[in-house]
Design a protein around this ligand. Structure first.
Ligand code: SF4
Length: 302
């Protein structure tokens, strides 16, 4: 629970605030950049929400915060939507992609995603990409959308409450063998560095570098769930591969970036950092710029 007595001085005046318990995970400003922004070491409210729609967005950012560092008045808290997450991000003929909110401190606030889709027989075949923190309220919403049949874990850092989600929905988990010690209960392992086709719309792309067992997941040839391999940066804008946050092998991570050049990604949905919607052909141009910066070392990093 955020404390008004710990309210950071950087917050704009008004009912919403970030307090000193912020761990600077970025969840709030990735989800609601109209009201939250980084300061360099924490987040803060840079603009107070106006009107119902903006207040709803700020309340959902508050709900998503992994450490309850966002506070507001009791009256506004009572308006927190019960149906805010999962929140629809992309709708395609092959299925819909939702942001799960409810970030976990155990994955440093990483984003997790839900793909909802139907098999030809009409039954749901939904997937979680990485794990939100356990929430019975979120589980009820996901159940109404058809539950979860599989959980694909992008890498060792973002497994959070996979045990609780797998148990709740009887879902089978996948993780790369090189990161499997983070989720030894997972029923399946990805192996090697070659792409692994799970079905017509799901391609798993091993991208070792950030960790030895990092994978990206390509849905419907255009939505790339990138874990912490890549994300969208805003200052300056562009795709970021971070040497600063590379925990395993930077030259290997650059080779993993090169292997994604021939995709035509339209949506980049990472674990950390901003999401981004690309125009046709933009992906390759951006990724070539990312590689050029990456070969300069950390000095080329935005
Ligand atoms: S979501 Fe919470 S912990 Fe993360 S940056 Fe925002 S206020 Fe800080």
């Amino acid at each position: 629970m955020a404390r008004a007595s710990e309210r950071l001085a950087a917050n704009a005046g008004g009912p919403f605030y970030v307090d000193a318990s912020c761990i600077d995970c970025g969840t709030c400003w990735q989800f609601d950049p109209a009201h939250f922004a980084p300061t360099g070491s924490t987040s803060h409210v840079w603009a107070q929400p106006q009107g119902d729609a903006e207040t709803r967005a700020a309340l959902l950012a508050l709900q998503a915060c992994p450490v309850a560092a966002i506070g507001t008045s009791r009256d506004l808290l009572a308006l927190t939507p019960a149906d805010g997450f999962p929140s629809l991000v992309v709708s395609l003929p092959q299925g819909e992609v939702h942001y799960c909110g409810w970030a976990s401190r155990r994955s440093f606030g990483a984003s997790s995603w839900l793909i909802t889709r139907r098999r030809p027989d009409g039954n749901a075949d939904n997937l979680l990409i990485d794990s939100p923190r356990w929430s019975a309220a979120l589980a009820r919403r996901i159940e109404a959308l058809g539950g979860v049949s599989r959980i694909l874990l992008s890498h060792r850092d973002d497994v959070a409450d996979h045990q609780a989600w797998a148990k709740r929905f009887g879902a089978e988990r996948w993780i790369h063998s090189a990161d499997a010690e983070a989720a030894p209960q997972a029923e399946h392992r990805f192996e090697g560095t070659e792409p692994i086709r799970l079905d017509a719309d799901l391609l798993v792309l091993p991208v070792p570098g950030h960790t030895a067992g990092s994978v990206a997941v390509l849905f419907a040839k255009q939505v790339l769930f990138s874990g912490d391999h890549l994300w969208w940066g805003v200052d300056p804008p562009g795709v970021v591969a971070s040497q600063r946050y590379c925990w395993w092998n930077w030259p290997e991570q650059l080779r993993s970036v090169e292997r994604l050049l021939d995709l035509d990604v339209r949506w980049l949905l990472p674990g950390h950092g901003r999401w981004h919607n690309f125009t046709p052909g933009e992906w390759r141009r951006e990724l070539e710029a990312t590689l050029a910066r990456g070969r300069q070392g950390p000095g080329g990093e935005p």
